[in-house]
Design a protein around this ligand. Structure first.
Ligand code: XMP
Length: 510
């Protein structure tokens, strides 16, 4: 087992994932708990993660320096390396800030760089501080033009440090470097393994059965990838003791209800409870124009309806949620991470509910969730679905949501998706949708004046949700979408294309 000490890096969990992918167990621990969590028989290595603090700041997270004399190999990454240097008598200063790719030169042999043939490679940096004096016993192995101590080590004590992030995708040979640490330095046996759906199914079954062989679980499902995969795992684990609930609030994409029925009844053989609540949602939204008020109204009503449904079922002890790891990071799941933003998820049901929470995907990245979905036999059209916000089309209709505007938005949405699919762009964009802007403009349709609504078209690429660029769709496709929307959607006069990046603009308009 490898113990990863979390100093709050956005990528701590990614270190864990890389190690786990090698078939080795990991424990991600709080700095203050490190000594307690190290098991002399089982812990074969310690990795100190990066983090947003500076080691010389007051209150910066630290670990006991005893970890360096346990005879267990240590690898410090970025902040973890700077802390290692400080604790062992080196010197760290606020230095040259570096974010993103940089070239390192491998200057001397190191166990960490075994089987790395290139003399130079691109690594990913993200730091403002730098180690300028090495602790006694350390040598320089890898340097960049601006950071001499980019890769260092003390072979005798088996303590290593890298200023860059080997865990991120963009660092060349990053996986090799981590593998070298666990295999060659820590002596672990590596057997590259994939996440297995069956393992998760067994774990969930055991967790639920521990409470009783007849207790059940309930989940709010939306037809989206995350809640579907979480639900599929539970359905496979406990069959009909699992109750998926779909609140058809009328604010989803058209066809969602039929998709949910198909996924659960046909594929997973567990009939979903479908609650028809469009009227209630439209009533709750009546007269509301402020985006936050709309979100809150939707969230509250959703929870009320779900709670009432849950009460109707006997013997339910667990609530299943489709939370994935990026949701956890965004809502600051670890103590030392910087807060990026609060996750505004309608699926986030209240903890006051009397159920135990089970989140089968909590430790997984999106691609791992999709891989699980494939193993569970979910079809590609379900697994490649665009993310869809909890408050649905309501936040894509600026101002008041009326039945008429909702119908127009859903029709325009169908057109956008249809064209994007036909033209082969569906898998190349992150999300694509129209927005009813509430602005009125003049048009002439069939010789008659129309003073109709302006539709904004938002199509963008993103890999991590935190940033996005607008998709450079070919003009022909934009033209096709615009013509079809103006021709086919009543009371629409014009279409404009949103060419704003995130940041500063968010993906959704509201
Ligand atoms: P923003 O607009 O914050 O969107 O840049 C980032 C991603 O989150 C989705 N989104 C939501 N998802 N509940 C959700 O479940 C919400 O309230 C919500 N608001 C935005 C959005 O579609 C995008 O994928």
């Amino acid at each position: 087992m490898i113990c990863i000490v979390d100093f709050g890096s956005q990528t701590t969990h990614l270190i864990g994932r890389r190690i786990r992918d090698l078939g080795i167990d990991v424990a991600i621990v709080e700095p203050k708990d490190t000594l307690k969590r190290i098991n002399k028989d089982k812990t074969r290595g310690i990795i100190l993660s990066g983090g947003p603090a500076s080691v010389y700041e007051k209150g910066a997270p630290t670990v006991s320096d005893k970890i360096f004399s346990l005879g267990i190999p240590v690898l410090g990454i970025c902040y973890g390396w700077q802390l290692t240097a400080k604790l062992l008598g080196g010197k760290v200063i606020g230095g040259h800030r570096e974010y993103g790719p940089t070239n390192v030169v491998i200057a001397s042999k190191s166990a960490l760089f075994k089987n790395v043939r290139a003399k130079e490679m691109t690594v990913w940096m993200s730091h403002g501080d730098e180690v300028v004096e090495l602790p006694l016993g350390f040598d320089y192995h890898v340097s960049t033009p601006s950071v001499k101590a980019a890769g260092v080590g003390d072979f005798d004590r088996k303590i290593f440090g890298v200023q860059f992030h080997p865990e991120v995708e963009h660092t060349q040979e990053g996986k090799r470097i981590l593998r070298n640490f666990v295999e060659s330095v820590c002596g672990e046996t590596v057997s590259e393994k994939k996440i297995r759906a069956q393992t998760l199914i067994d774990e969930i079954r055991t967790a639920i059965n521990r409470k009783g062989k007849s207790v059940g679980a309930i989940a709010a499902v939306s037809g989206g990838v995350d809640s579907t995969v979480a639900a599929a795992i539970v359905a496979r684990a406990i069959g009909k003791r699992f109750i998926p609930v779909f609140c058809d609030n009328g604010l989803m994409r058209t066809g969602t209800r039929e998709e949910v029925r198909y996924i659960f009844s046909d594929l997973l053989q567990v009939d979903p409870v479908i609650i028809d609540c469009k009227r209630e949602f439209l009533t709750a939204l009546k007269g509301l124009t402020d985006p936050e008020k709309k979100r809150i109204a939707i969230g509250k009503l959703y929870i009320k309806i779900f709670e009432a449904e849950a009460k109707r079922h006997e013997g339910i002890a667990f609530l299943i949620q489709g939370t994935i790891y990026s949701d956890v990071i965004e809502s600051q799941g670890t103590r030392h991470a910087s807060k990026i933003k609060s996750h505004h998820n309608v699926g986030g049901l209240p903890s006051r509910m009397r159920f135990d929470l089970l989140e089968p995907n909590r430790n997984l990245y999106k691609d791992e969730v999709r891989e699980l979905g494939r193993q569970l036999g979910l079809p590609p059209e379900v697994l490649s679905k665009q993310p869809f916000p909890g408050p649905g089309q309501a936040i894509r209709i600026i101002g008041e949501v009326t039945e008429e505007r909702l119908a127009r938005q859903q029709l325009a949405d169908r057109i956008v998706l249809q064209v994007i699919r036909e033209e082969g762009w569906y898998d190349r964009v992150f999300q694509s949708f129209p927005v009813m802007t509430g602005v009125r403009t003049t048009a002439v349709k069939g010789d008659g004046r129309v003073y109709g609504e302006l539709v904004g078209l938002r199509v963008y690429d993103s890999s991590d949700i935190m940033t996005a660029g607008w998709t450079h769709l070919p003009y022909g496709i934009l033209q096709k979408i615009s013509s079809r929307i103006v021709n086919e959607v009543p009371d629409v006069s014009r279409v404009v294309y949103d060419i704003t990046t995130k940041p500063p603009a968010t993906m959704e308009w509201e």
